[in-house]
Every structure is written in C-alpha cells, then in structure tokens.
Design a protein around this ligand. Structure first.
Ligand code: GLU
Length: 294
C-alpha cells in the first residue's frame, strides 16, 4: 500500500545529465521513498529543436544505473505505461492547448508580437542566469476582449502578471519564499509563435494532470515556482508542495550545467565510478551545506 505522495522526475533530454541533476533526482527519489509514495518519470522533451531521442534514452539509463526507481513513466509497461500516460511532453499537446485556451478566456494571457531572444529558450526551464528578462509590456493590452483564436500559432502568448502582488510559498528545504510579480519576474511566455508550448505552462498542466503532490527540483527554479503558482491559481488548480534543492558548483564556483561534460553521469560511469561513489559525493555535499548553514 502506498501513501498519497506523488513525486516526479522531470529531466529534459537536451544533453547528458550531470552530477547536479543527479543529486536533485536522488533527493526526489529519497523523498518519495520516505513518504512511501509514487515517483513519476516525465520526459520533458517539449523543445523540438533541443531535445534528442538519444539523450532521452541516456537519461533513463543513467538514472537507473544510479539506483533510482520510478513507478510510472514512458518506460514502465503494464496498464498502458501508467495511469497518467503519455509521460512524454511531446505527446501531451492536447492538454496544453486546452489550458492555453482557458487562459485566453480568463484574459490572463495576451498575444505578443515582440521578437526577443528569450523566446528561443522558453520551452526550457529558465535556470537562473538564463532566466527571462522583465518584459517591458509593449504588447500588453490596455483593455478589450481577447477572443480565443483557432490555434495559438503565429504569435507569442504571454501571461499577464498582477504587478505588485506578492507571491509567497513555503519551500520544504529553504523555508518561506516571497517574490513580487512585475519586479522579480514580468509577463512570461506560455506559448511560442512557432507553436511550441512554453515550459511554464506545460509543467503546471502536467504536475496537475499527473496529480503530483510535491515538486522537487533545483533552487534555480524558485522564481519559476512563483510564476507557476499564478498559472495554477488562474486555472483553478491546487499547487503542489515545493522542495527546492541546493545547487552544486564546480571547483571555480560555477553552477553545474550541461556544459560540464566531464561531470556528466555518462562520463563518470565511463571512468569507472560506481553508483555508491556518486551517492557519497551527494552525501558529502549535503554535509558541507549543513555545516555552512550552522
Ligand atoms: N525539465 C526541467 C529541467 O530540466 C524540469 C524543471 C522542473 O523540475 O520543473 O530543468
């Protein structure tokens, strides 16, 4: 018998997973186990330009090698791969379209014709240094009704944030959090003009549809959590609980990212490291961060 806890692993197949990702996923796995709950694997292959099937195969394989197990996911057979299939974002377009159309009906999103660099990356989670710049509001409508078009394609769609509103939430690791809409983040993208849903919309829709009760992910997504709470509320959905993990840095103090090929799980495996040795690195990082806190 499992509890009602439902966690998720949501890797993007845009490169090999590195130690930093693995540590977050390890934490997600431990938390689901401690709660005697279910862990869902979701392949976040939303961005057609950057996602590669070979990375999707590698991420599942590397996480399994590390010892992480999940009960639902694209590779879990039996009863159609799980109750909330499909578990690949590229196959969930219908869910995102429905949410987009509801958001347009509520007048919380509007079409935007601005061409900005941030559009290119919006199907991916904005990890701190590449976070969207504050939108200056050029296309924000002054009034009037936006009608729901046949399809979102052709223009970008932005979520209109309630300027000055404080978005607060409790984080299971970092404690109370607060962000101010319009100051810490501006009107953000929910759909790209080339007809790709944005990460901020897809992740909310999927976490709700898959009945996720706690989201475990890296601390570089704290600000995105505030954005997503707004989307949850606007769609009338109950947000999950949040647990953000501290980030890992390299010897020069840079946050680990996919550019750190030498620290990919793949490379460590090839160099003969064992899963236990990898987990021991997480444990010592944990000990170091609790020493620096005290
Ligand atoms: N696929 C996202 C990433 O790679 C996951 C973000 C999240 O956990 O919401 O960062």
């Amino acid at each position: 018998m499992t509890s009602s806890y439902r966690g998720r692993l949501a890797p993007s197949p845009t490169g090999y997973l590195h130690l930093g990702h693995a540590r977050t996923f390890w934490t997600a796995y431990q938390r689901a186990r401690e709660a005697d709950g279910v862990l869902v694997m979701r392949n976040e292959d939303l961005d057609p330009q950057r996602s590669k099937p070979e990375y999707a195969v590698a991420m599942l394989d590397d996480l399994r090698w590390l010892g992480i197990r999940w009960q639902e996911g694209p590779d879990v057979t039996g009863s159609g791969g799980g109750l909330y299939a499909p578990y690949e974002q590229s196959r969930r377009r219908q869910f995102y379209l429905e949410a987009w159309s509801r958001l347009v009906q509520t007048q919380f999103v509007y079409p935007c014709r601005c061409s900005r660099k941030d559009l290119a990356r919006s199907a991916q989670a904005p990890h701190d240094e590449e976070d969207e710049p504050l939108y200056p509001g050029t296309c924000r409508p002054i009034g009037g009704d936006i009608v729901v078009p046949e399809s979102p394609a052709g223009v970008n769609w932005r979520f209109r944030v309630p300027d000055g509103q404080v978005i607060s939430f409790h984080d299971g690791h970092f404690g109370p959090q607060q962000f101010i809409a319009g100051r810490d983040f501006g009107d953000f993208l929910v759909w790209r003009r080339d007809d790709v849903p944005a990460y901020q919309l897809a992740v909310v829709v999927d976490d709700a549809a898959m009945r996720i009760t706690e989201v475990v992910r890296g601390a570089d997504l704290l600000r995105s959590t505030a954005r997503q709470i707004l989307v949850h509320r606007t769609l009338g959905l109950e947000p999950p609980l949040w647990y953000h993990c501290p980030l890992m840095h390299d010897a020069r103090g840079l946050r680990l990212a996919k550019r750190h090929d030498a620290l990919s799980l793949r490379a460590l495996r090839e160099r003969g490291m064992t899963p236990d040795q990898v987990v021991a690195i997480f444990d010592s990082a944990e000990a170091a961060s609790s020493r620096s806190k005290s």
